[in-house]
Each structure stands twice: as structure tokens, then as C-alpha cells.
Design a protein around this ligand. Structure first.
Ligand code: 0RA
Length: 648
């Protein structure tokens, strides 16, 4: 692959010119998704992606990232150095084109190497420049040290030779524009997580990150010779693997074989768990909606394990075959493909559409997974036993489960406990999942019947993190939610069928309430992932206190707000006596209060549940809800300081 890239001479001529940078500053969201924390961090990924591309082309080994004291970012690599030759049509240096023209680039255009260009990614250095109040680039190449500075998309100097250097490489510094971003404070943890992932996905590349801000000094260094093998080890650290060796293979395809150059890397390890965790990537982008690479992998898995089971006599001639779900239970897998022109499709542009990749992944997995099983008979046996166990349980419960599934998926009749709304347009409808029958009763009385449905939940719902699918489907509370929502689960999930666009979790502000909330989120994350991805899940904010004096009634939602209110009231009328009630649960509020404080469209606050990072979310659920106690204890201890509003 590297050799192929090398043949293509990158020079200024290859740079394709599209448009200027004004639109980026007028509509930043179009280019980086948001002007919040997410967009802010995205700027760093853009710059680092370019260095990673240089590494993938085989020219760069080290990438250094620094969060500087003023929240500016420095990214330095030891690649060839960005090109400085004069662009024949524009008459300015290539590096200036890269930083001042939208979608410009040699390899930035997509013909050589794999330009990371999925979803919001790959918009490049020019977008970072457009959204930075200051940007500076230093290039070491041809024995010289070059420098150019920019601001808000425009050059503020020419490309100047400022010194000499025997080395080569590129260094970019930028300070995000406070006129654009809501906040400009970087989070080390967010960057650390992404760059660890980048290092896993690009083996042999060293990524160092340093935080130089006062009081926050930290540094991490990521370098994984074993690539995604080590990613699996990391993911399974809080799980119990059932075999020692991580199944691992890689392959590359030349364009003559059809579909353009492509590479794939796959790693697999089975654990004692019930969930499957398969992370898929295309050009280092987490394709959470799956796509062709995942489809090829899945069909190969089913085929290989069935073939192997038949061949070794685990399955007899008369036996039914393993299903996909049988062979994937408990599996942790990572699939990473790199290709020249990735097509990203789907709701969130996180689904790989290149159909030729399916066959490539499928045939490679057929061959290499079978080879692993044959070369490692004792590990193969352990995996076979796990799959066979799942298969047996499935057969035993199949009839019941199929009937169950059918009635759930057909929408069936709505649960008896549901107080539905009269509105039929899902866009305008919402459902409250309410802890306890008494709060459920108040919510039913207090609601807007046209648009708000109420589903009371009894007690703790099932922890799906530790239950197989049979158990999940036999839980009444879960069945009620599935039929009420109408959108199915797992592979049968269909967002189009969702009956309410807002699903609102309304639990008490105490430890039990927090636990129930987490159990619900675990269920949504594992079996209705798209609900969270699509932003349909919300958390209601009931008040913590009521402060009352005659007709003068106030509600507060946090300790801080309460303190502030009491101070204000105290200043206004020092001698007045107020009744202060601290709510222990939703059940203490009558219907009118619940409506007024928590459900009224006009005045309520809802917290939308979002998931910036699928991999991180998975890790959190494994830690919080999984089998091992020690990591959970540690997590809770480390995060306790972030937990507020809990009445412990
Ligand atoms: C195209 C051509 C060449 C270098 C690069 C791109 C390049 C870009 C970036 C962005 C960050 N770090 C980078 N390192 C290299 C040079 C081609 C040549 O030497 O002929």
C-alpha cells in the first residue's frame, strides 16, 4: 500500500480547489457538527487526522499533541512536512492552499492514500483555520524551517523561511476562536480516549498527549505494536475471556481485484458474557451504524462456525444450524477497514456503504477464522462449547420466544398499564417512564392527555447487562416498554415505527431512582442503541425542594439553586418564615405539582441523553453493570465527585 502511494507524486498540481472559507464561519455547525464541546474537540481530531494519514502512508512515526496553557493546541509530526511548492493556478504555496481553501488537498482530495473523510471528519486544516483566532504552521523540509501564520481563515504572513533544520515534519498550533465556540476549555479525558483509540487502530504510530495547563499537568503516551489485538485486551479487561489467544488477522487488497485498494484488520475474543460487542471502523471512524464490513463479518462467522461444528461432529446431520445470534453471544470483536473512497451512509453518516468491502471481509474471515480454529483445537473447543450452550438454550425456549417476539414486534395490543396519549403523530407524542405506581398515578392525572403517555414501572427493572436475550424478553417491564414504543429491538429495531419521539425517564432523586435510571439506560443502550444515538431519550428533572409561604411557592432543582433562593428570599424579607419541603420521591407530589414542576412543556427542564462516544459508553456500562465488582467500586469512587442531586 505504501509503495502504491509513493508512486503518486504529490505536488501542488494535485490540489483541487473548491471554495472559500466564509461559509465555515457563517455556519460552523455544517462543518464540525456543533460549536459546543464536541465541535471544539473535533478541531484537534482534524489536525491529528492529517498527521495520521502521513503515518499511514508510511512516512511518520510520532505524533505529539499538547494542550497549552491558554487552551491552544499544538500538533507535531515527524512526516515529510507539508508541501511548500507554489500552486500553478493560484500562485501561492501549497501549504497556504491547504489552510485557506475549503476541501483542498493533494491526498486531501482523495486519490492517494486513505483520506479520513467520514461524516464530519476530513474537512481539514482549512476549517480549523477558519474557526481559530490564531493558527501557525511550521514545516521542516529540504533543510529549511518554514513558517506561516493565519487568523480566522486568512493568512497573516507569507510563507517564510525562518531557519534551518536537518529534520522533516509538520507542526500546527491553533487557538479556537471564542467568537465561534461556546466554550474553549479542552477536556484531557476526551482527547486521551480518542487518541488511545487512534493508536490502537494505527499500530506502530506513537501518539503522545501532554496537558500543560496550570493545575492539570498530565501526559499519556500511546503506542501499540499489536494494534487492535491490544484494543481487545483493553476492552475485555473487565470481562472474563474464555480462551487465551486473541484471534487476529489482517489482509490487503489491490485495486486490480476490483473496488480499489483496501486493508482490513480483525480481532476477536470470546468472553463469558451475553452481549456481543462488535466495534467497526472505516478509516479510523467508528461506524456505529455498521455497514458492509459488519455484514460480511457476520455472515462469515455464522458460516465458519456451522461448517466447523458439522465437520467436527458437534452438530449432527439432522441438527438445526447455529444462528448469527448463537455464534456472536459473548463475543468482543473489532473490525477495522481502510479504503480509498469510503461512502458513509445512514442517519448519522456512520454506516459504511461500499458494497465491495462485504465480500472482501467475508472471504478473508472465512479463510482466516477457519485457519485459527484448525490450528488451535483446544481453544476452538472452548468456543464451540460456548456457542453450543447458547444454541441449546435457544432451541429449548425457541417456541415461547418466537411467539413472544412476534407479538412484541407486531405492535400487538398495548400494555394494560400504559395510559396512552390521544395524539397519533409520534413527533408530537411523548412517553414518561415513571418509577412506582403512586407517582404513576399522579402523572396520569397531571399530564396533558393529548400528547403525554404514562407507563408506570414497578421497582427495579432487569439488569440486561447480565441477562441473556430469553431473560430480557421474559421481563414484564421490558415487554411493556417494547410494545409501548412499537419500534422493536436489536436487529428488528425500526426507528420509523417509534410511537413517541420523546422517551422521558422520570425517577426519584435518590439512589434507587438513579439505579433504575441506569438500568433503563442500559436496556436502551444494549437493545435500542439508535434511540440514544438519535436523541430520543430524556431524563426528567423533578424538583428537590419546595419553598412555600402562603401563596408564594418556589421549587428548586439543586442544592446550589436552593441556597441561592434562600439567600435571595432572606435578603428580600429577613423576617419571613418559609415552609421548606425536601422531596424524597415523586410520590410526594400531587398531580398538579408534578405537572407544574416536571411535566409542563413550557417550564420543565429535560436532559437529553447523548452518546458522543460509543466505545466509551460501552466501557462504562460494562464497568457499571457487568460481572466484576472491583472495577465497579473503583469507577464509582472515581466518579462520585461528579454525582450531584443524589439523596444518599
Ligand atoms: C502531501 C504531500 C506531502 C506532505 C503532506 C501532504 C503532508 C501533510 C501533512 C499534514 C500534517 N502532517 C503532514 N505531513 C505531510 C509531501 C510530499 C512530498 O514530499 O513530495
Amino acid at each position: 500500500m505504501a509503495a502504491d502511494v509513493e508512486q503518486q507524486r504529490y505536488d501542488a498540481e494535485q490540489i483541487t480547489v473548491l471554495e472559500g472559507l466564509e461559509p465555515v464561519r457563517t455556519r460552523p455547525g455544517m462543518y464540525i457538527g456543533s460549536t459546543g464541546a464536541r465541535g471544539l474537540h473535533h478541531l484537534v481530531y482534524e489536525v491529528v487526522d492529517n498527521s495520521v494519514d502521513e503515518a499511514l502512508a508510511g512516512y511518520c512515526k510520532n505524533i505529539d499533541i499538547k494542550i497549552q496553557a491558554d487552551n491552544s493546541i499544538m500538533v507535531e509530526d515527524d512526516g515529510r512536512g507539508m508541501p511548500v511548492d507554489i500552486h500553478p493556478k493560484l500562485g501561492i504555496p501549497a501549504v497556504e492552499v491547504i489552510h485557506t481553501v475549503l476541501h483542498a488537498g493533494g491526498k486531501f482530495g482523495g486519490d492517494g492514500g486513505y483520506k479520513v473523510s467520514g461524516g464530519l471528519h476530513g474537512v481539514g486544516a482549512s476549517v480549523v483555520n477558519a474557526l481559530s483566532e490564531y493558527m501557525e504552521v511550521e514545516i521542516k523540509r529540504d533543510g529549511k524551517l518554514y513558517r506561516q501564520t493565519y487568523s480566522r481563515g486568512e493568512p497573516t504572513s507569507g510563507l517564510e523561511v525562518v531557519g534551518e533544520s536537518k529534520k522533516t515534519g509538520s507542526k500546527t498550533m491553533f487557538r479556537p476562536d471564542p467568537e465561534i465556540f461556546d466554550e474553549i476549555e479542552y477536556d484531557f479525558g476526551t482527547l486521551e480516549h480518542r487518541f488511545r483509540e487512534m493508536a490502537f487502530l494505527n499500530k506502530g504510530v506513537r501518539i503522545n498527549i501532554v496537558d500543560e495547563r496550570d493545575g492539570k499537568k498530565r501526559k499519556e503516551s500511546f503506542f501499540y505494536e499489536g494494534g487492535i489485538r491490544e484494543f481487545i485486551k483493553h476492552q475485555n479487561a473487565n470481562k472474563e475471556p474464555i480462551h487465551a489467544d486473541i484471534i487476529y488477522f489482517e489482509a490487503s487488497r489491490q485495486s486490480e481485484e476490483g473496488g480499489g485498494d483496501a486493508e482490513l484488520e480483525i480481532a476477536i475474543q470470546y468472553t463469558k458474557r451475553f452481549n456481543e460487542t462488535i466495534f467497526t471502523y472505516a478509516n479510523n471512524i467508528n461506524t456505529i451504524e455498521g455497514g458492509m464490513h459488519l455484514a460480511g463479518f457476520r455472515s462469515s462467522l455464522t458460516r465458519v462456525f456451522n461448517d466447523y461444528a458439522r465437520r467436527t461432529g458437534v452438530l449432527k446431520e439432522k441438527d438445526d444450524s447455529f444462528t448469527g445470534e448463537d455464534v456472536r453471544e459473548g463475543m468482543t470483536a473489532i473490525i477495522s477497514v481502510k479504503l480509498v473512497k469510503p461512502q458513509f451512509e445512514g442517519q448519522t453518516k456512520a454506516k459504511l456503504g461500499n458494497s465491495d468491502i462485504r465480500g472482501f471481509v467475508e472471504s478473508t474471515t472465512n479463510e482466516r477464522l477457519m485457519a485459527f480454529l484448525e490450528e488451535n483445537p483446544s481453544q476452538a473447543k472452548t468456543i464451540m462449547e460456548k456457542i453450543y450452550g447458547t444454541y441449546k438454550i435457544r432451541l429449548k425456549t425457541q417456541k415461547v420466544r418466537e411467539a413472544e417476539r412476534k407479538s412484541l414486534m407486531d405492535g400487538g395490543s398495548l400494555p394494560g398499564k400504559l395510559a396512552d396519549c390521544s395524539e397519533k403523530d409520534p413527533e408530537l407524542s411523548e412517553i414518561f417512564l415513571v418509577e412506582g405506581d403512586s407517582a404513576g398515578g399522579s402523572a396520569k392525572l397531571g399530564r396533558d392527555r393529548r400528547r403525554q403517555a404514562i407507563l408506570p414501572l414497578r421497582g427495579k427493572i432487569l439488569n440486561v447487562e447480565r441477562a441473556n436475550i430469553d431473560k430480557v424478553l421474559s421481563s414484564d417491564e421490558i415487554k411493556n416498554m417494547i410494545t409501548a414504543f412499537g419500534c422493536g429491538i436489536d436487529d428488528n429495531f425500526d426507528l420509523e415505527k417509534l410511537r413517541y419521539h420523546k422517551i422521558i425517564v422520570m425517577t426519584d432523586a435518590d439512589v434507587d431512582g438513579a439505579h433504575i435510571r441506569t438500568l433503563l439506560l442500559t436496556f436502551f443502550f444494549r437493545h435500542m442503541t439508535q434511540l440514544i444515538q438519535n436523541g430520543n431519550v430524556y431524563i426528567a428533572q423533578p424538583p428537590l425542594y419546595q419553598v412555600k409561604r402562603g401563596k408564594d411557592v418556589h421549587y428548586t432543582y439543586s442544592e446550589k439553586e436552593q441556597d441561592k433562593l434562600m439567600r435571595r428570599l432572606g435578603e428580600a424579607s429577613p423576617n419571613a418564615k418559609y415552609d421548606i419541603q425536601r422531596y424524597k420521591g415523586l410520590g410526594e407530589m400531587d398531580a398538579a405539582q408534578l405537572w407544574e414542576t416536571t411535566m409542563d412543556f413550557a417550564t420543565r427542564t429535560l436532559i437529553q441523553v447523548t452518546m458522543d462516544d460509543y466505545v466509551l459508553a460501552d466501557e462504562t456500562f460494562v464497568t457499571l453493570m457487568g460481572d466484576k465488582v472491583e472495577p465497579r467500586r473503583r469507577f464509582i469512587e472515581e466518579n462520585a465527585k461528579y454525582v450531584k442531586n443524589l439523596d444518599i
